[in-house]
Ligand binder design. Sequence first.
Ligand code: PMT
Length: 412
Amino acid sequence: MLRGKRVILGVTGSIAAYKSALLVRELVKAGAEVRVVMTPSACEFITPLTLATLSRAEVVLDMFPGASSRGTWHIDLALWADVMLVAPASANTIARLAHGMADNALAALALALRCPLVIAPAMDTDMFTHPATQDNLEALRRRGAVVIPPDSGDLASGLTGEGRLVEIPAILETLEDVLFADGNDLAGMRVLVTAGPTHERIDPVRFIGNHSSGKMGFALAHAAARRGAIVTLVAGPVQLATPRGVRRVDVTTAEEMFAAVSDAATDANIVVMAAAVADYRAAEYSERKLKKDAQGEGEMLLRLQQNPDILRILGQRKRNQILIGFALETHDDEANARLKLAAKNADMIVLNNPTIPGAGFGTDTNIATLLFADGSSEHLDLLPKTDLARIIIDRAIHLLTTLSLDAAPASS
Ligand code: PMT
């Protein structure tokens, strides 16, 4: 995924420096060409030999590497790179970078960069939350650096809190986002996406649900965030990592989803309802586990009550907003989807059929037909959900433009 990309990895003096060996290995595996630069403190935690071996290149350690090398090595290396990643970034190096110091090889290199700078801090909680560190990170962000916030958890000091180096997949995902950004055409726009199933509780051990994994909705949230949107993702119960830069609100039931969506929809420019919302919930929730034979031998009747039709309500409230729904159909697909488009006052419906292999629930791919309010349609063959998400966001942007909607907040 990083094939052909040239990455400078800056390693600093943090206990998490031992993870840089795995990081280099994963970067190389992803196809990147890697050059490592280490601060003197980093060498206290991991040897340059390890990182040189894994990156298959000499590690930069010194400002003045010897008579035989050119004095402008840092400029040459800075111009070579597509991105510089500092991981782990200690409080000390963050301060150096924030203040534009050039007193070691890593800091000098960072000052000469023309490519994006990505920083993954790792340190003790108190050092991370200290106003000095936070101010330094803010200064770097203001100058365009991408800061990957650390995880919370057990720290080397024995304390628990923010400060753990984020997991390597999250670092790679950020590098991909930075290197393959889709432009900034949604900058300042608010996008609301729903994803996943809802679970409607019957009793303490049972619920009504469906097979939605959340992959389609999460891909949409990610695609919008990659284009600079301020994204809120209202997610039903799913096991997926939150895409970078996305604000996530977790819900369980349709009613909870309705409340969260109502909140976020008021100032959203684009709303995409990809969630598989349960149409019905149990009319009464039983505080105690329902007994098998409570209603006699062989059968049980469960009274159901209709849930709010969130998309329909959003369609009624819609003003200066692009509203996109999905239609999950197993028969009379297009006719049913067209009915939904009209009944819910949507601008676009994404029709998919879960009985077709590669489409619908749980898969990484989907097959969709986009139906538009002007009567037109667009059929898309089997695609990764990530690609389909990009196309849906593209079409949403086109609708925003053609309807001459501006970026002003929509009113409810
Ligand atoms: O999550 P994945 O595993 O990736 O699977 C993706 C998906 C199959 C869930 C997705 O592609 C999809 O089709 N989502 C919509 C599923 C659905 O509920 O379809 P529907 O035809 O029943 O509903 C039509 C629209 O109304 C949908 O936009 C739905 O979000 C919305 N709805 C439905 C019921 C309800 N009470 N309120 C709603 O807003």
